[in-house]
Write a protein that binds this ligand. Structure first.
Ligand code: BJW
Length: 252
């Protein structure tokens, strides 16, 4: 028999597994923490090396891009490299498997790295876009690129407009499709899993609040406490790459 923290975690995981076994509709919201074990820094980790003097909150804005597109593009190109080199981890694979075990699972991710899709999760809702796509700032559509040899900035191959990463910056609207489907899932689910997110950024953080109001069982997986923790029914404190596979094993 285990004692202390490990025993408590086992008991909580047992209760979480029981809720998952009985669930009709599971809604999962993931954040940067689930990709941390794939080597992608979380959004609120301090930047290091070349980027140490910048804050992600300041770079991920339309105003920063307007002011200094070269710097913002260099940051995104650096992050694209990290994403291209990364592999999905055990947490991503466990969620893909969970989708096969429950009657209905809606996976909403705030991550822009595409690792859930690469792990085999179907129908992933990309709430904040995808870092590997370019969008034309003139036509506002996903676009092919051609390099501007004068400035080095990527341009739209069709219209010559400046390209930007196809992600959602602060102050910008969430894409309508993912926003609507995620809101409906939070209303309808009977189990809501919040995985690896600081629960600071809205409207994504509001999804757990909807699920709480609808009396769904809200389970948080995160090594650190967040604003959601005091309200969650179950808090599994640990890295998602370990907790999610353990939870899956307990669902049988
Ligand atoms: C682990 C782990 C391990 C570590 N295992 N876990 C209501 C109230 C207050 C403010 C607002 C509000 N509504 C809107 C706002 C404003 C704003 C906002 O929320 N600001 C807050 C900072 C207060 N929201 C917006 O501006 C949104 N737009 C909007 O509201 O538009 C309105 C509108 C309507 C109609 C027309 C026009 C406008 C847009 C938000 C966009 C967020 N974009 C970013 C950047 C994406 C592109 C990019 O990647 O560059 O999305 S910001 C950044 O934060 C990124 C993330 O997806 C998002 C969330 O971060 P996340 O994933 O939670 O990561 P971290 O780093 O914060 O946390 C990691 C967690 O992992 C930690 O808790 C660790 O402990 C944990 N962890 N290792 C498990 N191994």
């Amino acid at each position: 028999m285990k004692s202390g923290a490990a025993g408590v975690l086992d008991e909580l995981a047992g209760r979480a597994a029981e809720a998952l076994r009985k669930a009709r509709h599971v809604c999962v919201l993931t954040g940067a923490g689930i990709s941390a074990e794939s080597g992608i820094p979380t959004f609120r980790d301090a930047l290091t090396g070349l980027w140490a003097k910048f804050s992600p909150e300041e770079l991920a804005t339309p105003e920063a891009f307007e002011r200094d597109p070269e710097t913002v593009w260099s940051w995104y190109e650096w992050r694209r490299q990290l994403v291209r080199q990364a592999q999905p981890n055990a947490g991503h694979f466990a969620l893909a498997e969970l989708a096969r075990r429950v009657p209905c699972l809606t996976l909403v991710t705030q991550n822009v790295d595409g690792l859930h899709q690469r792990a085999g999760s179907p129908g992933v809702l990309e709430y904040h876009g995808n870092i590997l796509r370019d969008r034309c700032t003139v036509e506002q559509i996903v676009a092919e690129r051609s390099e501007d040899t004068r400035t080095g900035l990527p341009r739209c191959a069709a219209c010559g407009g400046l390209l930007r990463p196809d992600v959602v910056w602060f102050g910008e609207a969430i894409p309508a499709g993912p926003m609507t489907v995620a809101a409906a899932a939070a209303e309808d689910c009977d189990v809501f899993l919040s995985v690896g997110t600081s629960s600071l950024v809205y409207p994504a953080a509001g999804l757990a609040e909807v699920a709480l109001r609808r009396r769904a069982t809200v389970i948080e997986i995160n090594p650190n406490a967040t604003d959601l923790s005091p309200h969650a029914d179950l808090v599994l404190a640990g890295p998602s790459g370990q907790i999610l596979p353990a939870l899956l094993r307990q669902t049988g």
